[in-house]
Ligand binder design. Structure first.
Ligand code: UDP
Ligand code: MG
Length: 312
């Protein structure tokens, strides 16, 4: 039996690119010998003609499957739904706007055949993206990597080819607000980087306004790091040190008769900074517990087994 490739494509108000996207992706897939294929489109609550156009295509082509959401749940949710329903052995995730060229799929597939299990697209060049987008992405990945406990490759999006095994693991994760590119990196397996030039969006405009970018950035940082919670601990220590500095300063100025401090200043300042510090430290203690509760609530497995030998 032939192996199968599944391509997952989320769409949100993409009526301008539906036909072109279908054509380019299926032309590529048709030409790959000895493989069956399916393309799963997810209509993420678009109210334009996206769904109607997709249905037209699915009527004629049985390799096309559609999942349509009741409203807009966001790009990550759309991909999450798509990969739940894939039936292929190798799964490609890509954007509808053809910024990730489908013509690269055969090369990625070769890497997969040679044993790579996650082949993630890394952008060499970003055509037609604003300076703001490029800079904010750079900043985001630096902060993310400084904060988080795992390494998340810079300049990668969700464009990747993934082995069935890995998809099965991701599908088992119950957490919400997924940051997929982080999870795909976190699960391990044989990861290979695949350099490519990111193209200009073919039609339409970006469906990632500032608000959605912030949500994605927040999900990325919060789901891979509890460091922001623990930062209060440092603030607390700083505040307590400050209270001692003020105390020493006051004693010196009394001893050397500098006499410029108003009566009562020292006691108030020292008390405020000292107890602010104590409170922050207590908050930090609480954050340690909360971060443990948070880790448990994500219910990620403690380990992922790739193979077992002589064990049923
Ligand atoms: N998308 C989606 N739901 C959303 C926003 C975007 O399904 O709420 C899809 C969109 O149709 C596209 C992909 O996610 O296929 C990436 O979006 P876009 O190209 O607008 O992002 P950008 O490339 O500008 O970062
Ligand atoms: Mg795009």
């Amino acid at each position: 039996m032939n192996k199968k490739i599944s391509v997952v494509i989320p769409m949100y108000y993409e009526q301008e690119v539906v036909d072109l996207c279908y054509e380019r992706v299926s032309n590529v897939l048709k030409k790959i010998n000895n493989y069956d294929y399916e393309i799963i489109f997810i209509n993420d609550g678009s109210k334009d003609n996206t769904l109607m156009l997709l249905k037209k295509i699915a009527d004629k082509d049985k390799n096309i499957k559609i999942i349509s959401f009741s409203k807009n749940f966001g790009h990550q949710a759309a991909v999450t739904a798509g990969i739940k329903f894939v039936t292929g052995d190798a799964i490609v995730i890509m954007d509808a706007d053809l910024q990730d060229p489908p013509e690269l799929i055969p090369d990625m597939l070769k890497l997969w055949e040679n044993g790579s299990e996650v082949i993630y697209g890394k952008r060499k060049k970003r055509d037609g993206e604003s300076i703001f987008k490029v800079l904010s992405a750079k900043m985001f990945y630096s902060i993310l990597n400084a904060m988080s406990e795992i390494e998340i490759p810079k300049d990668t999006g969700d464009f990747r080819l993934v082995d069935r095994k890995v998809i099965d693991v991701i599908n088992l994760l119950p957490e919400h607000n997924k940051f997929l590119r982080g999870l795909f990196s976190w699960v391990g397996f044989e990861q290979t980087e695949f350099l490519y030039d990111r193209q200009k969006r073919k039609y339409g405009k970006t469906k990632y306004p500032f608000k959605k970018m912030i949500k994605l950035a927040k999900d990325g940082i919060m789901s891979f790091s509890t460091k922001p919670l623990k930062l209060v601990g440092y603030l607390g220590i700083f505040s307590i040190i400050l209270s001692f500095v003020i105390l020493v300063y006051s004693i010196c100025s009394y001893a050397f008769k500098l006499n410029h401090l108003s009566p009562g200043w020292t006691s108030i300042m020292v008390t405020i900074t000292f107890f602010a510090g104590v409170q922050l430290l207590v908050l930090w203690l609480l954050s340690e517990y909360i971060s443990r509760i948070y880790d448990e609530s994500k219910a990620r497995p403690e380990y992922i087994i790739k193979e077992k030998i002589n064990i049923d």
